[in-house]
Design a protein around this ligand. Structure first.
Ligand SMILES: Cc1ncc(COP(=O)(O)O)c(C=O)c1O
Length: 445
């Protein structure tokens, strides 16, 4: 078969068929979703997403950092099909089946820290966080939790109580779970102190001890500090190594659990299995979800067996750790170990270098940051004032879509590049050329 051209725009999107689906969606589907552009997907394979009108796009979203092995990888499809022909569901909450046990054993062995771990199975990132939150309270017998401004941990009531990314996510849903205090994250663009004193990013941690623990929060009542190693939805914010190390040491000093939300940053995306490895900390509890099962629903919470000390009936989820998702995850891990984690590191560095060069050339690029294939580009009105280019961010993402490149935003004024981990340098080059062609036009304004 001749190699097809990607991207390939046959009709200006949205085409006739896509427009009809969008119209129907507007009538029947919950209005709570935030669609950035009218992409109506028919099929997807590898790095390619094809819409209902026959347009083919280069995917730098990976279904929001989820399709880690690319779309419909033949080995994943094969693993799913084999399992679906044998057993689709039985519920690991009440019965045993090998795929769930095999995956728990594999994750216990490959995730950082003691080998003696236990694994809890849910269906989503929010569920992995709920389980982490509940486990931290259960194990420590403490109630309070510290989370960060800019954090996104999901939208169920417990996870939402930790989320502090956008007010729209919380508006109308109070009261939330009591006992959560938010503090500034390193390089938090919402922290006015940080804007004035750029070196204060490590002091954010000192502030917890010097101010919070002296005034309102007795440290001996704090169960957990829940933190994203790299903030995702909040703007792809990469803190300095010392931020996490100091946070971890603070937690240890007061018997607090350090919980890493690796839902977006985990499973090879940053060029290491877990993003916390970049910062030299070994979390007490880890939540993972997005990249683990190549697009099938699976949320996982991992802790040492000493910490995961709850008994039968304490926590469970009917669909969690479904055999088909578990088999997809086992095959995903094989692919990650064979080459994809390394590919994320290599192609990620390649992209970061190219984007850094663009940053020097274009006034609108205020910052480029990331690890592996978790890359954020922050857009500003100009480099001097660093005023956020929010409107321009939306326009640029839409123009890239029109040219066949799929991107999404994060934070108030950043664009995230989070392709499947199979992306090649050539595909990265194509994506960055489209991106550059568009931002170049903004520069001359
Ligand atoms: C870091 C992080 N935690 C938790 C979640 C929630 O995951 P889900 O949407 O699967 O509930 C997300 C989703 O974007 C996330 O990025």
């Amino acid at each position: 078969m001749a190699k097809e051209k990607i991207p390939y725009i046959k009709v200006k999107p949205p085409g006739k068929k896509a427009s009809e689906w969008v119209k129907k969606d507007n009538k029947y589907v919950s209005r709570s979703y935030t669609r950035t552009y009218p992409l109506v997907v028919e099929r997807a394979y590898g790095m390619t997403v094809e819409d209902v009108d026959g347009n083919r796009y280069l995917d730098f979203t990976a279904g929001i950092a989820t399709c880690s092995t690319g779309h419909c990888h033949p080995r994943i499809v094969d693993a799913i099909t084999r399992q679906a022909n044998k057993l689709i569901h039985m519920s690991g909450t009440d019965f045993y089946y090998a795929s769930q046990i095999k995956l728990a054993e594999k994750l216990s062995k490959i995730t950082p820290g003691k080998k003696d771990k236990r694994v809890f199975f849910g269906n989503s990132g929010a569920e992995a966080i709920e389980a982490s939150f509940k486990l931290a309270r259960f194990h420590t017998k403490r109630t309070l939790v510290i989370a960060f401004y800019g954090a996104f941990h999901g939208r169920t009531m417990g996870a939402l109580s930790l989320t502090a990314s956008k007010t729209v996510q919380r508006r109308g849903f109070r009261p939330l779970i009591p006992g959560v205090s938010h503090v500034p994250y390193a390089y938090c663009y919402r922290c006015p102190h940080h804007l004035k004193y750029p070196d204060c990013n490590i002091q954010c941690v000192e502030w917890i001890e010097d101010v919070l623990f002296r005034t309102t929060i007795p440290p001996e009542e704090v169960a957990a500090i829940i933190v994203e190693p790299i903030q995702g939805e909040g703007g792809y914010v990469v803190p300095p190594k010392e931020f996490h190390q100091n946070l971890y040491n603070l937690a240890k000093k007061y018997g607090i659990l350090y919980v890493a939300d690796e839902v977006q940053s985990g499973m090879g995306r940053t060029g290491k299995l877990m993003a916390s490895e970049h910062f030299g900390v070994i979390p007490d509890i880890v939540a993972i979800a997005k990249g683990i099962a190549s697009g099938l629903p699976l949320g996982i919470t991992i802790a040492s067996s000493e910490i995961m000390d709850w008994g039968p009936g304490s926590h469970a989820s009917t669909f969690g750790g479904n055999p088909v998702s578990c088999e997809a995850a086992l095959e995903t891990i094989k692919l990650l170990e064979e080459s994809l984690i390394e590919n994320a590191r290599v192609v990620g560095n390649f992209m970061l270098k190219k984007l850094d060069t663009m940053k020097k050339k274009y006034e609108i690029i205020g910052d480029v940051r990331g690890k592996g294939l978790m890359i954020g580009v922050e857009l500003v009105k100009d480099k001097e004032t660093k005023k956020r280019a929010e409107k321009e961010r939306g326009e640029i993402i839409n123009k890239c879509f029109q040219k066949g490149l799929l991107l999404l935003g994060c934070g108030p004024n950043s664009i995230r590049f989070m392709p499947p981990l199979i992306v090649t340098k050539k595909e990265a080059d194509t994506a960055l050329s489209i991106f550059e062609e568009i931002i170049a036009k903004y520069n001359s304004r």
